[in-house]
Design a protein around this ligand. Structure first.
Ligand SMILES: NC(=O)c1ccc[n+]([C@@H]2O[C@H](COP(=O)([O-])OP(=O)(O)OC[C@H]3O[C@@H](n4cnc5c(N)ncnc54)[C@H](O)[C@@H]3O)[C@@H](O)[C@H]2O)c1
Length: 331
């Protein structure tokens, strides 16, 4: 099977590397309007470099398209590729506009399209172990999910200006994780948000430090903490609490050695730096899931509807901050 990657930036590099390394598929091309970005990656991973992504979408010999372009291009590229009958792996978020995302999801459903949204954290080994343990009933009836999600360093103002805000850009991963682990849709969202790090975010109507609380119809609760900057590194933890026990994972470190001396006990190495390192394994497993669903439309593990719902929760959180009140989730 032949795969092309659209977008040769940070995440395009990860996907191109994983396609190139996969035994069942061939990386045939990378598209980027900044052709030098595409050339740089094809020199490492192979395939041809092109400027126009539509050239690859129109190419009948290509089976799968990976969309790793800026968010505002996702809907058009995803729909164009799906209309041509290609399998698609599309980066999160689906779009920054909920109505556009909804219309796209409806068309993709009508096309019976094979489109997966790249919520890579579902493929993180510890997250999937927690998901499986909940499903196996290891902690009895699930009552609460707690998610901590903090980035190691503040993003540039230029990035933040185009990000769509912390809920749509960053917490979106946690909204998806919450839905997946809860196994039920949240029906109410309450969020609070502060600018603890960068007052200039006010001009963008954005925040750097947020807390979200959600409740499902049966009363399950979820709490999400998000910060744009944790001085001790990339902090990514999940706790699941139930009637018969609790599950929790820990952050990743390059080494398991603990040091003891006059100044500290139980001192450990810093956390692995950021998402590219923390989720390297998850990105590989995500690519494997994508490859396995090509030609198997009923086997899409993360659907455009999942992408839409995560965006919907982000929107509800933003509205809750603005109103100071809990917001009902209307699908
Ligand atoms: N799942 C994750 O962990 C994760 C991590 C980072 C980024 N993302 C998402 O991936 C997307 C890209 O983010 P990034 O950080 O790689 O951005 P980036 O700016 O590093 O790279 C984007 C690349 O796409 C190219 N591009 C722009 N328009 C294009 C088009 N129409 N066709 C082809 N290429 C085009 C740009 O020239 C650039 O090289 C965003 O939607 C972002 O939210 C997801």
């Amino acid at each position: 099977m032949k795969i092309a990657v659209l977008g040769a930036g940070r995440i395009g590099n990860v996907h191109a590397s994983n396609v190139a390394a996969h035994s069942k598929v061939e990386l045939v091309a990378i598209a980027d309007p900044f052709i030098e970005n595409a050339i740089k990656l094809t020199e490492i991973y192979g395939g041809k470099a092109v400027k126009d992504p539509m050239e690859l979408i129109e190419d009948d010999s290509i089976d799968g398209i990976v969309i790793a372009t800026p968010t505002d291009t996702h809907v058009d590229l995803m729909l164009s590729a799906a209309r041509k009958g290609k399998a698609v792996l599309c980066e999160k978020p689906v779009d920054l506009n909920l109505e556009r995302a909804k219309i796209a999801c409806e068309e993709l459903k009508n096309l019976d399209a094979t489109v997966m949204i790249a919520f890579n954290r579902r493929f993180d080994p510890s997250a999937s172990e927690i998901h499986q343990a909940i499903a196996n009933g290891e902690i009895g009836e699930l009552h609460q999910i707690m998610i901590s999600s903090r980035d190691p360093g503040f993003a540039s103002m230029d990035y933040l200006r185009h990000s769509g805000g912390i809920f749509r850009d960053m917490t979106i991963h946690d909204f998806d994780m919450a839905r997946w682990l809860l196994g039920e849709e949240p029906i109410e969202v309450y969020a609070s948000a502060s600018r603890m790090l960068e007052p200039a975010l006010e001009a963008l109507n954005d925040y750097d430090t947020v807390m979200v609380q959600m409740t499902t119809r049966s009363g399950k609760q979820c709490h999400i903490n998000c910060s744009r900057q944790a001085v001790y590194g990339h902090d990514q933890r999940i706790e699941a609490y139930g009637s018969a026990g609790m599950l929790m994972n820990d952050n990743l470190r390059p080494s398991t050695v603990r040091r003891y001396n006059q100044n500290a006990t139980d001192s450990r190495s810093p956390l692995v730096h950021f998402f590219l390192e923390r989720y390297a394994d998850a990105y590989r497993k995500e690519m494997d899931a994508f490859v396995n669903m090509i030609g198997q439309p009923k086997a899409v593990p993360i659907t455009p509807f999942d992408g839409y719902m995560a965006l919907k929760l982000a929107e509800c959180a933003q509205r809750s901050v603005e109103s100071g009140k809990p917001v009902k989730v209307e699908v």
